[in-house]
Design a protein around this ligand. Structure first.
Ligand code: ATP
Ligand code: MG
Length: 399
């Protein structure tokens, strides 16, 4: 079937006035940014609907990508025909005929938005229904619970016919909720945390702390690949790569080993807060989950939060590892995340990290360090990369 447009439905919420405009603007640009690098399509809006005009592009391939655009509640591959009852009849039959598996029951639902069209919606339902019944002997009408509904929407600019409704991912369109700076490691958790805030409309930027030569170029490449997976849900992500070796080395030399992780995290937060503010991000996000590891206790989180004012979102806080893993498989980051590349935390993990660190203790140990200068230096040497949704070489091919 050659579809002409994909009809997009949204608005799970009762959106009104300015909110609605913002939501629609954000959704339209999300759709464009996810599709434009691959297809020559046009996005058109009219009366609370959005249409992707295909101009000959493959509907299946476009729809695969739309399944990842937050804010879409459902969509339908649709054909657009002239306002002519005979043409509508024929096309509706053609559409339902190619469905696999063949539906046993159907009903027709017409909406006549353009009242200049001479046939009423009930009459159209009957006309098209009869035509289908005559040509497909095995199918029956079921008005209450049909397997397939043939939707016909008669509008001034043309008539839209569709009979498949595919669920979208829901949520809110990326770009409708402000920006968040994600602390992205190479693990399972932080990509999931990023995905979860994106689902609520957040534009994401990411920060990665890189410690060469303790962490390799490969581990950084893995982080880029994870960020790339996330771009499929929200378009380009700016990745700030912070050189962290000097800070980690200094901490290890001058601070007690049970506080290494705590102090290291406090540095991550200080640097992230500065980068967030410089880039108009309103919050940080991490992949921490309560009790998952020794360093993820409430005491630890308090001691870490103590050095910054910016809100730190922890969307995974109450999820179990299995729940997080399920999401990471669904968003296709799992296989990458489990690749065994060293990460800056695993390398510096002491045998006995403190589980209940105290802010005043951490602060006292940090007196041995020139905190401000170290933060400043790391920020000055930070490199920003743009990770786009264009295909990347697979990590295995690079090495
Ligand atoms: P993940 O699976 O996300 O790596 P984790 O369970 O390994 O998380 P930790 O190593 O304790 O947990 O890290 C907690 C959080 O701190 C991570 O989820 C991430 O948000 C952030 N983080 C840790 N290491 C880095 C890093 N090298 N760069 C950026 N953020 C990091
Ligand atoms: Mg980790």
């Amino acid at each position: 079937m050659n579809y002409d447009v994909i009809l997009i439905r949204y608005g799970e919420l009762a959106l009104k006035g300015k909110n609605r405009d913002q939501f629609e603007d954000a959704l339209a640009s999300s759709v464009k940014s996810v599709l434009r690098s691959f297809f020559k399509i046009k996005v058109r809006r009219s009366y609370g609907r959005m249409y992707v005009e295909l101009h000959g592009e493959d509907a299946q391939a476009v729809m695969e990508r739309l399944k990842r655009v937050f804010g879409i509640s459902s969509f339908s591959p649709t054909i657009q025909v002239e306002q002519d009852a005979d043409v509508i009849k024929e096309k509706a039959l053609e559409l339902i005929r190619q469905l696999q598996p063949e539906p046993k029951t159907f009903r027709v639902e017409t909406r006549r938005a353009d009242k200049r069209f001479p046939i009423g919606s009930m009459d159209m339902n009957r006309l098209v229904g009869t035509h289908i019944l005559r040509n497909l002997p095995a199918i029956k009408v079921d008005v209450h619970q049909p397997e397939t509904v043939v939707y016909i929407e008669i509008r001034a600019e043309g008539t839209y016919i569709s009979c498949e409704t595919i669920p979208g991912p829901g949520g809110l369109p990326v770009g409708s909720a402000g920006k968040v700076m994600l602390l992205l490691s190479g693990g399972i958790d932080s990509p999931v945390a990023g995905w979860m805030v994106m689902k609520r409309g957040v534009t994401l930027e990411a920060i990665h702390f890189h410690s060469p030569p303790f962490t390799s170029e490969r581990s950084l490449e893995k982080v880029r690949d994870l960020a790339h997976k996330l771009t499929k849900w929200g378009g380009t992500i700016r990745l700030h790569v912070v050189p962290f070796t000097d800070i980690q080395t200094a901490i290890r030399e001058r601070c007690p080993s049970d506080y290494l992780i705590t102090i290291m995290r406090r540095f991550m937060m200080r640097i992230s807060e500065r980068i967030a503010r410089e880039n108009q991000a309103l919050a940080l996000a991490t992949g921490e989950s309560l009790g998952q590891v020794a360093s993820q206790t409430l005491e630890s989180m308090n001691t870490i939060n103590d050095v910054v004012d910016i809100p730190i979102l922890r969307p995974l806080i109450a999820l179990d590892k299995t729940e997080i893993t399920t999401i990471s498989r669904r968003i296709d980051t799992y296989e990458l995340s489990i690749l065994p590349f060293e990460d800056c935390c695993t390398i510096f993990t002491p045998k006995n990290p403190v589980t209940r660190p105290k802010p005043y203790m951490a602060a006292r140990f940090e007196e041995k360090l020139d905190v401000d200068a170290m933060v400043e230096d790391a920020i000055n040497r930070t490199v920003v990369e743009e990770i786009t949704s264009k295909p990347r070489e697979a990590i295995h091919d690079l090495f």
